[in-house]
Ligand binder design. Sequence first.
Ligand code: 5AD
Ligand code: SF4
Length: 481
Amino acid sequence: MEKLIDESVQGAALLLDKSIKNSRKLYIESYGCQMNFSDSEIVASILAAEGFNTTDRLEEADLVLVNTCSIREKAELNVRKRLEKFNAIKKNKPHLKVGVLGCMAERLKSQLLEEEKIVDMVVGPDAYKDLPNLVREIDAGRNAVNVLLSKEETYGDIAPIRLHSNGVTAFVSITRGCDNMCTFCVVPFTRGRERSRDPQSIVQEVRELWNKGFKEVTLLGQNVDSYLWYGGGLKKDFDKATEMQKATAVDFSDLLRLVAEALPKMRIRFSTSNPQDMTLKVVHTMAAYRNICNHIHLPVQSGSDRILKAMNRLHTRVEYMTLIENIRNIIPNCGISQDIIAGFPTETEEDHQDTLSLMDHVKYDFGFMFTYSERPGTMAARKLVDDVPEAVKKRRLEEIIALQRRHSLYRTKKYLGKTEEVLIENSSKKSDAQWMGRTSANTVVVFPKEGYVIGDFVNVKIMDCTSATLLGNAVGLSENN
Ligand code: 5AD
Ligand code: SF4
């Protein structure tokens, strides 16, 4: 159900290689999780075949698309502000068309067209292959909508074009949708039922990335551990599969093994894991392959059994702690990160203390922490009153963030004096004389550039740290180059 949201890239416009034949200009902006950014690459690829080159200059666009997120109310408000801006531009540029894609399109459907009259086109996350028809509709002056959710669509056959890429790290989507029905979450409604992509097309995409010089892939899905390929179809219909399909099915650990063996020097990451679906088979597979990174993003949401139950998280606090203990036994240096929600309906001070004590027990490397935001249509919105006052939610969130900062520092300090393999991704944001990369456990490392280049695997001796960053010096190329 969950995806990381990188605040630094929210709204980034996407720019592709230009095809000379194409004459129209597409400006596409993305919000929300990495899956949305990845989908925008698919959309741009579909529209490139329809005569559109992308631009990052709004003023020269013929078509503006906004790939939207509904996870919290604030995400939707940000998009609405952008739509107002695009509408203001439209007043002076009547031929400009505006389309909404993604989760808000799916949630609000034709409301955006009919009641609010702020856009020309509304396209849900499973309908991007219909974009050529929909664009023809708006070209003819009609509004266009397709918000059908699909049982099969994985876009496995579309070659995404990598955008604003560092040429080293890329995302590859492996599942779409989510069947978990956490009561706070809008994703099952906006992205539909869970389906997995053909493993051969995944391996193929990773191989092509390797051939283009990429060194790290992150396998993406709302719930990657639930990956299951048995020839296509919904995860929930696996019971009805034939004996042969069941015998030859590929689960997430099999998929990891397939990718790790096909490209033994490619670093492999994955996100996001759901505690109730993560198996020890996956953890053992991670331990067995050097190129599968030692990091698990394992959202817990709350440390209180009562709240976990109200959230329909299908595990208890103790089960979660046991999973953590097993992970640490199998991969002692595994990085573990969290998502936590403060102020879910009915959350008491005692429940909040349970969250803090669970954090103290795990001491996560890092995390993404939010106040609860009621989403229309979810089970929590239908059955529970959003009764924790905003000020209390904020105070609890601040306590959670402060504690996480202490734990992050505790974790980064453990690296002092050690030598870690780092894949160079980019120049450091703070200094052009320094490289930025990550350890296997996903901790950011910054070090002087010397003669190294982007894409090198470098052994770095860690000399200093903050709660978020390790600072060090390169001691040579690692054997993975
Ligand atoms: N309110 C606040 N946070 C939410 N998340 C998901 N839905 C909500 C909501 N309604 C958080 C969860 C999830 C992350 C991607 O966003 O922590 O793991
Ligand atoms: Fe991603 Fe949609 Fe969820 Fe936002 S609401 S995080 S875009 S799946």
